[in-house]
Design a protein around this ligand. Sequence first.
Ligand SMILES: NC(=O)c1ccc[n+]([C@@H]2O[C@H](COP(=O)([O-])OP(=O)(O)OC[C@H]3O[C@@H](n4cnc5c(N)ncnc54)[C@H](O)[C@@H]3O)[C@@H](O)[C@H]2O)c1
Ligand SMILES: [Zn+2]
Length: 347
Amino acid sequence: NIYFNDEAYHVLNSYLVNQKFDPKNVFILVDNLTYKHCFPIILSHVNFLNKSHVIKIRTGEKEKNIYTCIKICKLLEKLKATRNSLIINVGGGVITDLGGFVSSIFKRGIRFINIPTTLLGMVDASIGYKTGVNLDYIKNEIGTFHIPELLIIDPFFLNTLSRTEIISGMAEMFKHGLIANKDFWIDMNKFKLEMAENKNICNDLIKKSIFIKNKIVTKDPKEKGLRKILNFGHTIGHALESYFMNKKEKILHGMAIASGMIYESWISHKINDLSMIDYEEIESSLSSFYPKKYVLSDLDVEKLFIIMEHDKKNEKNKIQFSLIKRIGECSYNYEVPFSLIKESLLK
Ligand SMILES: NC(=O)c1ccc[n+]([C@@H]2O[C@H](COP(=O)([O-])OP(=O)(O)OC[C@H]3O[C@@H](n4cnc5c(N)ncnc54)[C@H](O)[C@@H]3O)[C@@H](O)[C@H]2O)c1
Ligand SMILES: [Zn+2]
């Protein structure tokens, strides 16, 4: 149910008509910025939605919490939403996670559609049925699996997104190459500069990246095994992201994950047979595109380790890693000694 560009809007129009929706029974969730930049584009393609309700929240990760969900539920109730209502999420990962979660709990679950408008949203957050909100500082602690009716991908939205957000989203695309498809890794490296500068060139890369993630999550929707390979770079990456969240110098998710992939490639080299040649290729490609803005001390490493110990992905209190064997192949459930994690971080 993933559709691209103009075809996507045709499918959406037919879906709304075929399902006999009353426009007043359709609720469009946006944030300030997607209301301004993306909602008018959608209306220009899907006239039907002119009479639908718009629910607008403030932009930003801070809004991704249970209190915003309650506010949205109350508003849905006030606007007489029923079990047959439809929510259309128009935004980045914050909106698709939040709107997907509300859809999964409101009246025990209603239908929803995702229209991701950030690169990270298109290639990652909106793919794979995970919805959720943060609990204080713990990311995605409350959530569900809920399948959207349709996923509409229109890279045109990227024209108003900042270059930093594009580069951050690209980290997940590099990851898709590293864990599952060497050719895609090569393509990403070939076109990375063009993609960062000229957003329209990336249609084809976005499609390929979505297919890679979608294939993995379709095989293992509930993350019992294979899906864990998508966590490559994220054990250390998430710790960096959380650690720097409280510092002056915040780092975007993709930037943290790019560093995480370099560190975890070193660990892969040490205990998972990743060749030195592959390691050096990954290190030089990612560090040139994602220059590090921090230097870690011994004390930082201790603190990062404490954060990793609280990672949701852990099993039996052991920190879990997904590691690559070669570019394009990844496996999961590795326990890595602290000394090696430290070595990778301070190298
Ligand atoms: N469910 C999953 O599997 C999954 C996977 C990865 C990430 N996530 C979640 O995704 C979230 C991050 O997503 P994100 O990076 O898209 O952040 P985001 O939703 O906060 O969007 C980033 C910023 O871009 C703005 N924006 C969105 N589209 C725009 C456009 N077209 N033009 C101009 N501005 C625009 C937003 O208002 C926001 O300020 C995190 O909460 C993360 O936990 C979920
Ligand atoms: Zn990620």
